[in-house]
Design a protein around this ligand. Structure first.
Ligand SMILES: [Zn+2]
Ligand SMILES: [Zn+2]
Length: 93
C-alpha cells in the first residue's frame, strides 16, 4: 500500500510519481506494479531537484481515492484498483 510522500517509479517507462493522498490500491504503470523509491534521504534530494511544478499533473483513483503527483511524466498508463487513474491538470493558484 502506498503512503503519503512516497515516490514510485516505473521500471518500464521511467515514470515517477509522488503519493499526495494515500489509498489502499496498488499503483500500476505499463501493466506492472510500480517500484517504491525508498529512503528519506532520497526524498530530501527529490524535493530539491524537483520543486513543486507550476503546472503539475495529478492522477486520482476514483475507487480508493489515491492521488499522485507526477514528477516525471511519460506516456505510460497509470492504473490503480484495476482501472486507469483520472488525470487532473493543476491550474495555477
Ligand atoms: Zn510505465
Ligand atoms: Zn485505487
Amino acid at each position: 500500500m502506498a503512503k503519503k510522500g512516497q515516490t514510485f517509479f516505473c521500471e518500464i517507462c521511467k515514470q515517477k510519481v509522488v503519493v499526495v493522498v494515500e489509498g489502499f490500491g496498488v499503483l500500476v504503470c505499463c501493466g506492472k506494479e510500480m517500484t517504491l523509491v525508498g529512503g528519506k534521504d532520497m526524498m530530501s534530494v527529490w524535493t530539491s531537484v524537483y520543486p513543486t511544478p507550476k503546472n503539475g499533473v495529478h492522477f486520482i483513483c476514483e475507487i480508493c481515492g489515491q492521488k499522485i503527483n507526477v514528477v516525471a511524466e511519460t506516456t505510460g498508463i497509470l492504473e490503480c484498483c484495476g482501472q486507469r487513474m483520472v488525470r487532473e491538470e493543476v491550474s495555477g493558484g
